[in-house]
Design a protein around this ligand. Sequence first.
Ligand SMILES: *Cc1c(COP(=O)(O)O)cnc(C)c1O
Length: 389
Amino acid sequence: MDTKKLDSEYIMHTYGRYDVALKEGKGCYAYDEQGKKYLDVSSGIGVNALGYCDDGWVKAVTQQLNTIQHMSNYFYSPQTSKLAEKLCSLTPFTKVCFGNSGAEANECAIKLARKYSFDKYGEGRNEIITLKNSFHGRTVTTLSATGQYVFHNYFFPFTEGFVYADGENIEDIKSKISDKTCAILMECVQGEGGVNILDKDLVKEIRAICDEKDIVLIVDEVQTGIGRTGKLFSYENYDIVPDVITVAKGLGGGLPIGGCLCTEKLENVMQPSTHGTTFGGNPVVCAGANYILSVIANDDFLSEVVKKGEYLKEKLLKLDGVKSVRSLGLMVGIELEDKDAHYVAKKCVENGLLMITAKTLLRMLPPLNISYEELDIAVEILEKTLKEI
Ligand SMILES: *Cc1c(COP(=O)(O)O)cnc(C)c1O
């Protein structure tokens, strides 16, 4: 069987893929169809939070698979209730709505904020401010929410009601707020947009303005959540509490899940038939997520993520050809001096290191349980690759 040939013949060409077909994996290593070994510092874009096929996660998922695999949302599900309770007990949020992806979680947050405003203030107060260089998903509405014009093409008409502000400029953000504004949606650290870390004072000021004007503050934690930045959620680095957060990627540990969490203020906005999805809260996925949280929502584990992030940053900064490193925890963007990041990433893959990019940066999102030795190997392969080209 020729995997690559079948792919190009039968799968819509929506991705530019690396020239590798991954067959299996364990821990931080993946193997292609020829048995070649790759160290993975991308985690399937921050999804495999504990690497490939973590023993505890596999056990939790397979146990649930042998118990009950799915029921409709007209019935209660123990694994789903348990996951919701765990997420709420670990955070200031009081209710969760489960879906299957990051984009869906953001769709839920957008609907939630608009209905909150509609219920309280009536029609017309429905604008949502998002930030330039943000990324919020690929549905028509979340593309519209994404503050990058390159995404606003072909699929017209896009969902109305999104206004884009400069995330480095509080005055610009303030100038976009009007009596139509119902929410601000932002990532504290922009992932796809180039690992841009928002300023702490700016985030606090946004929180204060939202409080003053009863604007719903939504933090998109799809990439930054579940320990990625060294805190369970990235907003904790900013000493604020959002009204709503969205989660996905790392929560499932490799299975599709999304979640929208809100504080008490919004917990009764959604009523039966205002939102839903067939697969949302699937018990097998939730069993895996319960396991992921049991490992990651732990102070010792999270402080190791911080330490590993600092260790990695220090080593990367010493490499020839590296201009700067932007990182928080194990969310790492590497600015190169003169080389093209996409070319370097491709060469890293050829050299056995699975690497991704964000805009013009190399990006690393390693499994959160990666070892120091594995980080050393990753840096060695990158160093060798930078020297070669
Ligand atoms: C990946 C991502 C999304 C979209 O998630 P999907 O699961 O691909 O729909 C949304 N927001 C952020 C910040 C992301 O990184």
